[in-house]
Design a protein around this ligand. Structure first.
Ligand SMILES: Nc1nc2c(ncn2[C@@H]2O[C@H](COP(=O)(O)OP(=O)(O)OP(=O)(O)O)[C@@H](O)[C@H]2O)c(=O)[nH]1
Ligand SMILES: [Mg+2]
Length: 198
């Protein structure tokens, strides 16, 4: 996208409500449902039921209506991840950064997902969750363990977050907006001007 197109898209973003569909992927227990709850300000819960299948949640943040697919991380559902990410402007991958036993599987599943040609070039946001836990990795160690430094074929952004303490949850919204400016032709405009929302 040229600089002119990027500026135009930024301006459009200021003036119009936009709709963005995103899918949250990652192993079971990573905190995907907890993240959607945090972004939606519904509060934190210790006992969330595992997600079975895929559920859509709509969350409006300023001028963007996010349609968030909350996917199951269980092994039987992982083959469906590609289909859910395919037409998204960004891939959001959530990892339990304190669960060192499952980090390798999470890395393997992420790299397997990214190897799909249908997902070529789609920007990636990796979120290391549960940084409130004493055993959680630092960002540097997490980046290394997840092999993120090996990814050179797309924009990659990584944050350490805690859905429990709401740490860096605002950064998620910001990162998604920044990453997707690069692919903003995939955004669909809603024709109600936000200036008239007041
Ligand atoms: N300590 C801590 N626990 C968290 C955090 N986020 C989520 N959890 C807990 O981790 C567990 C799993 O969270 P979920 O959001 O259900 O995980 P999920 O990724 O949606 O899992 P599936 O639906 O099975 O794929 C729950 O008990 C949450 O309370 C966090 O930031 N810190
Ligand atoms: Mg869930």
């Amino acid at each position: 996208m040229s600089l002119w197109e990027a500026s135009l898209s930024w301006l459009r973003g200021l003036l119009f409500k936009q709709e963005m569909e995103l899918s949250l992927m990652g192993l079971q227990n990573a905190g995907k449902t907890a993240l959607i709850n945090a972004v939606d300000n519904v509060g934190y819960s210790e006992d969330l039921d595992p997600t079975i299948g895929f559920h859509m949640r709509e969350v409006t943040k300023r001028n963007v209506i996010f349609k968030l697919w909350d996917g199951s991380g269980q092994s039987g559902f992982r083959s469906f991840w590609e289909g859910f990410c395919r037409d998204n402007p960004a891939i959001v991958y959530v990892v339990d950064a304190a669960d060192l036993d499952n980090l390798f599987i999470s890395k393997k599943e992420l790299h397997k997902l990214l190897s799909k040609t249908s997902l070529n070039g789609i920007p990636l946001l990796v979120l290391g969750n549960k940084m409130d836990e004493p055993g959680a990795l630092s960002k540097d160690a997490f980046t290394e363990e997840m092999g993120l430094q090996l990814l050179s074929d797309r924009e990659v952004c990584c944050f350490m977050i805690s859905c429990k303490n709401y740490t860096n949850i605002d950064q998620v919204d910001f990162a998604v907006r920044t990453l997707t400016i690069l692919t903003s032709e995939t955004w669909s405009l809603h024709h109600d001007n936000i200036l008239s929302d007041k």
